[in-house]
Design a protein around this ligand. Structure first.
Ligand code: AVJ
Ligand code: FE
Length: 431
């Protein structure tokens, strides 16, 4: 990225953030809509102060993440209590955002990207701050979907293509087994948890061509999926007992049929769209019902990128072209999932559709460091979350900005979470 491109992208990221919150009242911004999510005003202030930490203070000397001002430090205040913090008005926050941005641009002009500092080399720290804002945009959209009071009037700006596939094609594709290169060594944009790239040996496996659709999931429900102990893990069954749910989040009954709400739209559930807002336990139970299992994240990445012709991994399923809303259902402004098969280019070389876009996909993998992992630049992004508490999700959802979309990207959350834009596809051993 050149200096001019960085300035342009910072501007564009902020314009999108402010566009998303534009329809909201001051009360909407300050209210804690759900214990799982911050008040949106907290995300806005946190975005600004994260930028100040890394693009202003850091250029004057090394910084610690703990230097983030108290109220915007996520580790000092868990999400469920952020409604009690003294958050500013949107106008005051915009003033602070503007002041910080002016200092950032001032310093950017004098910054060189060809020195020894790994944070500055190739503009890494700018890419990191941009991605942070993109990721908080998706967090804000999760909050807006949970919003109390009047539903969020989503600023829909385009309708996804409506091409539909015939059911006949809905099978699995096979990976023959062998060595593949997982992860990346990129130091211009990738997060520390995606590095280093490393070769692994994978056993043969089969994986679904499509993510599991609402239609598939309804079959599970009709087969008594939520009442059949044998399809659930122990942790899953105990979650189900406490949560007492009988359908994906945001579904409601309509006689014998089901409706689904996305922001301010309520529609009949479309059988051809990927199921969304299910937790890991539901995904795992469905897989057992189907006689399959969830893929590991290594299998997922292989299915998304491995090219039999070159024996190389592609950065995106369709090749090298940077992701846009023409490639896949990403970048928020469709405010919906699309029927599987709708995006003509969204195929991986192995033959999987929609690894990117529509919904994040649960994998069976715990969020652990790759062999040879080194924390960079701060432990609070990845390292403090490593362990068996979190499951890895791969891909990207309709609410993900293109700047955080790549086959090597690793997302993670607790296995009980359903407010995220999460679905899944199944796999199977193929020995
Ligand atoms: C990668 C989505 C799990 O929201 O906790 C935002 C992203 N990290 N600010 C999160 C993140 C720091 C992170 N996830
Ligand atoms: Fe953050």
């Amino acid at each position: 990225m050149t200096h001019a491109e960085i300035a342009e992208r910072l501007e564009e990221a902020r314009a999108r953030t402010l566009h998303l919150v534009e329809p909201l009242t001051e009360d909407d911004l300050h209210r804690q809509h759900d214990p799982l999510m911050s008040p949106i005003m907290w995300d806005l202030g946190h975005i600004a102060h994260f930028e100040e930490l890394w693009l202003v203070r850091n250029l004057e000397g090394p910084v610690q993440f703990g230097e983030m001002p108290g109220i915007y430090n996520p580790f000092e205040h868990p999400r469920r209590v952020r409604g009690e913090l003294a958050l500013p008005s949107l106008d005051d926050c915009k003033v602070v955002m503007g002041e910080i941005r002016a200092r950032v641009l001032d310093r950017l002009a004098a910054t060189r990207f060809d020195g020894d500092d790994a944070l500055l080399r190739d503009g890494y720290v700018y890419a990191m701050v941009l991605q942070h804002e993109y990721q908080h945009n998706e967090t804000i959209l999760q909050t807006l979907q949970l919003k109390t009071g009047a539903p969020y009037p989503a600023p829909r700006c385009y309708t996804p293509p409506t091409l539909r596939m015939s059911n006949a094609n809905r099978g699995m594709v096979r990976f023959p087994g062998g060595r593949v290169r997982i992860g990346t060594d990129d130091r211009s944009a990738a997060y520390d948890n995606e590095r280093p790239s490393h070769e692994i040996e994978l056993a043969p496996f089969a994986i679904d061509v499509y993510p599991v659709t609402n239609g598939d999931y309804l079959e599970f429900m009709r087969a008594g999926g939520y009442a059949r102990r044998e399809w659930w893990s122990e942790a899953g069954w105990s979650w189900l007992g406490e949560a007492g749910v009988e359908a994906p989040k945001y579904w409601s009954r309509d006689g014998d049929a089901w409706l689904v709400r996305t922001m301010d739209h309520v529609e009949p559930v479309d059988a051809d769209r990927p199921v969304c807002h299910v937790c890991y336990h539901e995904a795992e139970a469905f897989a057992r019902f189907a006689g399959k299992r969830l893929p590991t994240e290594l299998e997922w990445e292989t299915a998304a990128g491995w090219d039999a012709a070159t024996h190389q991994m592609r950065p995106y399923p369709w090749g090298d072209e940077p992701p846009t809303p023409r490639h896949a259902n990403i970048d928020q402004l469709s405010f919906t999932t699309a029927p599987v098969g709708a995006y003509e280019r969204n195929w991986s070389p192995l033959g999987c559709y929609g690894m990117i876009g529509d919904v994040w996909e649960w994998t069976s993998s715990d969020f652990k460091p790759y062999p040879g992992y080194r924390t960079f630049p701060y432990p609070e992004y990845s390292e403090v979350f490593f362990g068996s508490e979190y499951k890895v999700l791969r891909g990207a959802s309709w609410a993900t900005r293109p700047g955080v979309v790549r086959n090597s990207f690793r997302n993670w959350d607790y296995p009980i979470r359903r407010q995220i834009f999460s679905g899944f596809r199944c796999a199977r051993d193929d020995r």
